[in-house]
Write a protein that binds this ligand. Sequence first.
Ligand code: ZN
Length: 217
Amino acid sequence: MNVDGARLLVVAPHADDESIGSGGLIARAIRTGGSCRVFTMRIEHDRRRDELGDAAHQLGFQSWISQRSRTPVDERDSFEMVAEIEQVIGVDEPDIVVMPHYGHAHQEHRATANAVLAACRPNSGSDRFRPPVVLVAEQPNDVWSLGERPRIQWSIELTPEDLQAKIDAVLCHSSQVRPAPSERSIDAIRSLAALRGSQVGSPLAEAYEVVRWHQAA
Ligand SMILES: [Zn+2]
């Protein structure tokens, strides 16, 4: 799977999920000549919108916000959400789509994951663009779930600079960052990167579950 120069689409339930789960992948793709769109499903407050803007500037991704609303993602019309994500995929034709963890404790993460899964369905016979690679991102708090956790199947080595870019982006979401030992702490981000790195013989890594990995002819 080649990330260098890739077009990414990261579908995030909230402002901050893109940086916590995929900040390293975004940094790597963009510094190697690729691009990234982050599609955020819901933003309720101006502060969160501004923080997302700062993170976009920090990492260099394009931001597209689905809705600014109090209505939780899991209470939205699912057909409408899938159609929105299909539209973004059709416009961007991304090489890699990243979704949140489908078993996450937060119901809006689960609803977002289900919508991305539907939007990326095979649907053979249609001319709808099907992203060749679909990944599930990991966050430090994914262990809080009823048995289902992302199955770590693929990871990308992070340079110290990539990890710092990720941390700097997470710090842009200052309303969401907590001191250690919170799972929302920078210590937790660093620790997970070190753990995933140690499992593959790299100093630092960011890990994913693979939903689809198709190599075209
Ligand atoms: Zn979230």
